[in-house]
Design a protein around this ligand. Structure first.
Ligand code: GSH
Length: 262
């Protein structure tokens, strides 16, 4: 397969789906390399990422790094990986020869979108439209970072975290709901990467619903309990996009358990 962009990550990962859906819509080739989350501590994090064997582990102690977010075990990241990815996170994107690292899932998605000229997924040649798309991507990251912390602390929640997450959720979806009042898509009348990022991040958040009992045991309700009624335009938008071919092929049945899709 011709490779336009390489991504190393744990899999499956909704943050990687942003790039995969974008790539499908514009026929760009994204090569994804990775493994289950629990196996990534047994991988060498690098452009040429590979699974380590027993001998490697002894040789590679110099690459052993304390994990920072979302992993408990130590991780093996090469110096070159950290030069290309200074925050040391996955998904980790690379250009074809590995000389440029692209991090943050929204930015990797933008890099994929930029690889094709004849489409409007990233605003075409309209720079103001591109900037408006960027605005939504930044808003998305604010929401996504908040729920990353929430999900990682889900079995040891406290009032402060719960309130922060509730307010980030309300803030983000209020904005999306308003945007969808005046246009069919988040930015304008055609799909853009702002919609793709919205679907992947919101879908990941809605899997909060898998943890209803865990929340109850700690005296909390699902934050997304009334999502469908409270944010009907966002719900319909999510549902419509999730059911289109390119999204379905990548996301498969990710939302079937937590949303009524009829
Ligand atoms: N906002 C980032 C989040 C990336 C992130 O935080 N990745 C974590 C795993 S969820 C990571 O790679 N941690 C590496 C470490 O702990 O050293 C994105 O969208 O790409």
């Amino acid at each position: 397969m011709k490779e336009d962009i390489r991504i190393f990550s744990y899999l499956p990962n909704p943050r990687v789906w942003k790039s995969l859906i974008t790539a499908k819509l514009i026929s760009v080739n994204v090569n994804v390399i990775g493994d289950k989350p629990r196996n990534l501590p047994e991988w060498l994090w690098d452009f040429d990422a590979r699974k380590l064997n027993d001998i490697d582990f002894k040789d590679l102690t110099k690459f052993k790094r304390q994990s920072k977010r979302g992993f408990k075990a130590d991780l093996y990241k090469t110096d070159d990986f950290l030069a290309k990815h200074p925050f040391g996170t996955v998904p980790a994107g690379f250009n074809v020869d590995g000389s440029v690292g692209i991090f943050e899932s929204n930015s990797i998605m933008r890099a994929v979108a930029r690889l094709s000229d004849d489409h409007n997924l990233y605003g075409g040649s309209n720079r103001m439209q591109q900037s408006r798309i960027d605005s939504f991507l930044d808003a998305n990251l604010g929401f996504a970072r908040e729920f990353q912390v929430y999900v990682l602390e889900l079995d040891e929640l406290n009032d402060y975290l719960y309130k922060r997450m509730t307010s980030a959720y309300q803030f983000y979806l209020d904005g999306i709901e308003k945007a969808l009042l005046s246009s069919a898509y988040i930015v304008g009348d055609e799909i853009t990467i702002a919609d793709i990022s919205f679907v992947c991040d919101l879908a990941q958040f809605l899997r909060e619903r898998d943890n209803k009992n865990l929340l109850r045991e700690q005296g909390f309700e699902l934050i997304s309990k009334n999502f469908e009624k409270e944010f009907p335009l966002s719900f319909n938008h999510l549902k419509k996009l999730y059911q289109t071919k390119e999204f379905k092929e990548v996301m498969q049945d990710y939302l079937e358990k937590v949303l009524t899709l009829k």
